[in-house]
Design a protein around this ligand. Structure first.
Ligand SMILES: NC(=O)c1ccc[n+]([C@@H]2O[C@H](COP(=O)([O-])OP(=O)(O)OC[C@H]3O[C@@H](n4cnc5c(N)ncnc54)[C@H](OP(=O)(O)O)[C@@H]3O)[C@@H](O)[C@H]2O)c1
Length: 277
């Protein structure tokens, strides 16, 4: 097996990057594309040094880091890891140390990485459970724990990317995903209490901000997409920027903890649960 994680060789020279770094530093899991990449870009535009965690999207991570470093030298790096590392305590500890070594600090941790696919009853396997719970619930908790000392030093914050379906409005045939995101939502509320007053913990709950890629196992059929968009009071799909703006707001909202902000065009107000509510 290859190493569990690798610092991306496309990052800027580590020696120059680890000089005393006055900028706040953010790590976004699954930050190479889609919503995660937009959070990275928006944080960077707001003065953060950014660490793009990725699993398989190496080319997109490299490209993003290169663009951001061309805007501001030594301000972006990428790190590769499967979230499986959280099941291996020495690997997790080592990953946390590698992340800290990049810029010497961590101010904000964004749990964005996720898997999303149906799990109809009768077809639920241990591997379904393990993958959906790993990415959507267990990794956010174990990563939060691993980065705790650094976030505490920085008086930092955690932002979890959740889902409006985590809030008692299940998406039909996605039981395991719904359960995992609900657990993640409870993590936000539990840690907000436990980590106060040093670390703030909040969540952002997208509605439909970017549909899964059509050729992926996460794809949603066109008719269902149309039905979902029609059910949104603002009558349109949201965008990654809508999510990223809310994350940036939460990074700076020093008197907010334990809150979950729905960014869903009003959909959670009318959502009944089920296919398209
Ligand atoms: N898209 C929406 O409209 C929507 C709606 C509701 C909630 N959300 C939530 O918003 C967040 C972002 O959504 P998205 O659609 O942009 O996410 P996404 O594209 O489905 O996934 C984000 C990233 O997660 C990473 N990932 C998946 N499994 C992993 C693993 N085992 N180890 C490490 N990384 C892994 C992947 O990284 P690599 O590509 O590098 O492998 C992927 O690019 C998610 O938490 C999602 O649940 C999104």
């Amino acid at each position: 097996m290859s190493t569990l994680f690798d610092l991306n060789t496309k990052q800027s020279s580590k020696d120059s990057i680890t000089q005393a770094n006055p900028s706040p530093v953010i790590l976004v899991t699954g930050g190479a594309k889609r919503i995660g990449a937009q959070i990275i870009k928006s944080a960077h535009a707001n003065g953060y040094s950014v660490i793009v965690h990725y699993h398989q999207s190496q080319a997109q991570a490299n490209e993003l880091v290169d663009v951001l470093n061309s805007i501001r030298a030594n301000s972006a790096a990428a790190i590769q890891a499967s979230l499986d590392i959280i099941n291996n305590p020495p690997a997790l500890q080592s990953f946390a140390q590698q992340v800290i070594n990049i810029f010497g600090r961590l101010d904000a941790l964004v749990h964005n990485a996720s898997r999303f696919y149906p799990s109809p009853i009768g077809q639920i396997t241990h591997s379904t459970w393990n993958e959906l719970f790993l990415t959507n619930a267990k990794a956010p908790l174990m990563l939060s724990q691993a980065f705790l000392p650094y976030l505490k030093d920085a008086n930092g914050c955690i932002v979890s990317i959740l889902d409006i379906h985590a809030n008692a409005k299940p998406f039909n045939r996605y039981t395991v995903y719904n359960m995992a995101k609900s657990a993640h939502q409870m993590m936000v509320q539990s840690l907000a209490i436990e980590l106060a007053p040093n670390i703030r913990v909040n969540g952002v709950a997208p509605g439909v901000n970017v549909f899964p890629e059509a050729d992926s196992d996460q794809a949603i059929s066109k008719p269902l997409q149309s039905k979902i968009v029609a059910s949104v009071p603002l009558k349109k799909e949201g965008t990654p920027i809508d999510i990223a703006q809310t994350v940036i707001f939460l990074l700076t909202a020093k008197y907010i903890t334990g809150q979950i902000i729905a960014v869903d065009g009003g959909r959670s107000l009318t959502l009944q649960g089920g296919d398209a509510g």
